[in-house]
Write a protein that binds this ligand. Structure first.
Ligand code: FAD
Length: 286
């Protein structure tokens, strides 16, 4: 089923994100996590491609397991920065052969020293290419409430996002953020720009101190004072910061749902305990 069709006015779609184990770990190490996450029956689960050190080669297999073993719709992420057109064609065939219908089309981060291929410059070009190869794929795109780190201006970033949607992205998932007001401002602006597809808010429960340092340097999310105070007070107490991080995410989600957000995309960090705790707190609000 096409994930974009799951969005209906007045309802909030809940989805999860997982990352594959590293190439050096057996794929089976994620099976119990998948089972627990799927038992919560999210609308879909997306599987990252090469992010957080997860093996790219496991992406399709994990997405297939989510869909074909657990009966939950799957979205496979796909980056184009180091793939040729022929590589992408092969991967798309693999997705089709495994019954994957939904793709999150991404450019991928530019990492100094890492080999780059010049067949695609932007996610919009990948999106257009996928649509050309197989128009039946439902394509999602990434968006950035606090502006993509490389962008010169917010206007430029939103106009580039519009190109991605015009190329065929039928729904969007946002980068994580900790300040809902920034998200609402972003939503107002993208709607004025004529971007009318459903947009899910990316929420990452921060449940340990190291996680936040890594995440902020990677994506540049700003930290509101109440978040920083929470980290200062509980950062060195693993149980307290876990509980506070879950409570913070729930608070953000309750506010977003109350404001009619299209979707909540939970970056689960492969942690079923955290996902389940959040799910139990919000399941009656969706
Ligand atoms: P693009 O949409 O191509 O944008 C990149 C930059 O180029 C932006 O600054 C944009 O404004 C600019 N731009 C876009 N189009 C044009 C144009 N036509 N002309 C000029 N400038 C343009 N990374 C992974 O490696 N694996 C993953 O699985 C993964 N999953 C992610 C999931 C989500 C929900 C998000 C938000 C990010 C994810 N990322 C992942 C990170 C992502 O790859 C990086 O943020 C990357 O730097 C940008 O990818 P993009 O698809 O948004 O790029």
């Amino acid at each position: 089923m096409k994930v974009s069709e799951l969005y209906t006015p007045g309802k909030t779609v809940l989805s999860f994100e997982v990352f594959p184990p590293k190439a050096t770990s057996p794929i089976e190490t994620i099976y119990s996590t998948l089972e627990q996450l799927c038992s919560l029956e999210p609308a879909f689960i997306s599987v990252t491609y090469g992010a957080a050190g997860g093996a790219k080669s496991h992406c399709c297999e994990i997405a297939s397991r989510i869909k074909n073993t657990h009966g939950i719709e799957a979205v496979a992420h796909l980056t184009c920065i180091s793939n040729t057109r022929d590589d992408i064609k092969r991967i798309l065939k693999d997705f089709s052969d495994h019954g994957i219908e939904n793709i999150l089309a991404l450019r991928g981060d530019i990492i100094p020293g890492q080999e780059r291929c010049n067949d695609f410059r932007y996610a919009s070009e990948l999106t257009a290419f996928i649509k050309e190869i197989n128009p039946e794929f439902d394509i999602c795109g990434a968006c950035y409430p606090e502006v993509h780190l490389e962008s010169n201006s917010e206007v430029e970033d939103i106009l580039n996002l519009k190109k991605k949607v015009d190329a065929g992205a039928s729904h969007l998932i946002s980068q994580l953020f900790f300040d809902n007001e920034l998200y609402y401002n972003f939503l107002n602006k993208v709607r004025i720009a004529g971007i009318n597809v459903p947009i899910a808010a990316g929420i990452m429960p921060v449940v340990n101190k190291n996680q936040i340092q890594r995440m902020v340097s990677l994506c540049g999310a700003s930290l509101p004072p109440k978040f920083s105070k929470m980290m200062q007070r509980y950062g060195d107490n693993p149980e307290a910061i876990r509980d506070a991080g879950i409570a913070y995410a729930v608070d953000q989600i309750v506010d977003l749902i109350s404001n009619g957000v299209d979707g909540i995309h939970l970056y689960t960090m492969n942690n079923p305990y955290v996902a389940t705790s959040i799910y139990e707190s919000i399941k009656n609000l969706l």
